[in-house]
Ligand binder design. Structure first.
Ligand code: PBG
Length: 322
């Protein structure tokens, strides 16, 4: 039955009517806020390209986590900014590394807030690449040991979920094996399965001080042109033992979030990355976009595409509106 009998506007007439028929919802419990933890005490260094975000020392991170938890946000994902970097990323798996100390402090003070850790080497290597560099390229198999060691050290410190973001082949299997061997069979892996070599990571590299000193990440992160390959990446990570998978960035890759959701019966996460956040903030600051509406529209679009879990720098402000 066409128009005039059918009128879709009937169900849009009032706020209550729209609420009744709304298909997708956002929940703070499914947000994860990225945090940057640095050395020192009482330190809060604003990140100029990411307004409202800062590098924080462990004590400040703990205070921040109390507020994050009180807003109902599900978890935080930690990125470490060590004072010392070296060729072999030793800070990444150190018992007393910056992230390991932050995990212990957060779990002691705010135990019910989930602590996720980004498992990667780029913040800890002097050259800024995500693994061991051999002949000018990242050596896959040698890097697996570093990643497994980092993941185990996070679990030992009390992390709830480890999230490898390096894009080495075989890392999920290597991490699963190491966790199980050391008694952490209960710790889930959220694999950054389809992670693209993206210009949208620009502001993050300032925030995490992790820009590669030579070359780029195209020999390990994915080509933005490839969708079918993303499905293979996801499939392999699930086979190797990933409990959840992630698509990253989020907005330019909504098609892949949808495809992953339709194809794989594991929870799907999406990372709305630094550049997605910063470009919105830039437009908001120029008065070109409305902050709240734009933020909520981007988040619901990611949800609608099929992501349950959203990693986003908007987590706090969005939670306040929900
Ligand atoms: C580490 C890592 C990166 C991001 C998350 N984990 C940077 C990169 O791969 O260069 C980017 C997150 C963001 O842009 O918000 N490898």
């Amino acid at each position: 039955m066409p128009f005039p009998e059918v009128r879709l506007r009937r169900l849009r007439s009032t706020e209550s009517m729209r609420n009744l028929v709304r298909e997708n919802h956002l929940q703070p419990a499914q947000f994860v806020l990225p945090l940057f933890v640095c050395e020192g005490e009482g330190v809060r260094r604003e990140i100029s390209s990411m307004p409202g975000n800062a590098q924080m020392s462990v004590d400040r991170i703990v205070d921040e986590c109390r507020e994050i938890h009180s807003l109902g946000i599900g978890g935080v994902i930690l990125f470490g900014i060590p004072d010392q970097k070296d060729e072999i990323a030793s800070g990444g798996s150190a018992e007393n590394g910056i992230v390991q100390r932050a995990i212990r402090a957060i779990k002691r003070e705010v135990p019910r807030l989930l602590v996720l850790t980004d498992v990667c080497n780029c913040e800890y290597t002097s050259h800024g690449h995500c693994g061991k560099v051999v002949d000018g390229d990242v050596d896959n198999d040698a890097t697996l040991e570093w990643l497994a060691a980092a993941a185990v050290s996070h679990a030992r410190a009390g992390a709830d979920i480890v999230a490898p973001s390096d894009m080495m082949d075989g890392r999920v299997g290597a991490i699963r094996k190491a966790l199980d061997r050391d008694g952490y069979s209960k710790i889930p892996i959220l694999a950054y399965a389809a992670k693209f070599s993206s210009a949208f990571y620009g502001p993050f590299r300032e925030a995490a001080e992790s820009a590669p000193q030579f070359g780029d990440r195209r020999s390990y992160q994915m080509d933005p042109a490839n969708a079918r390959e993303a499905m293979r990446e996801i499939e392999l990570d699930i086979e190797e033992g990933a409990d959840m998978i992630m698509v990253k960035p989020a907005m330019p890759y909504l098609d892949l979030i949808r495809a992953a959701h339709d194809r794989f019966d594991v929870p799907i996460a999406a990372y709305q990355v630094s550049g997605e956040f910063s470009m919105i903030m830039a437009a908001v600051r120029n008065g070109w976009l409305d902050y709240e509406r734009t933020m909520m529209e981007t988040l619901i679009s990611i949800r609608r595409a099929g992501a349950q879990i959203i990693l986003t720098y908007f987590a706090k402000d969005a939670a306040k509106l929900l």
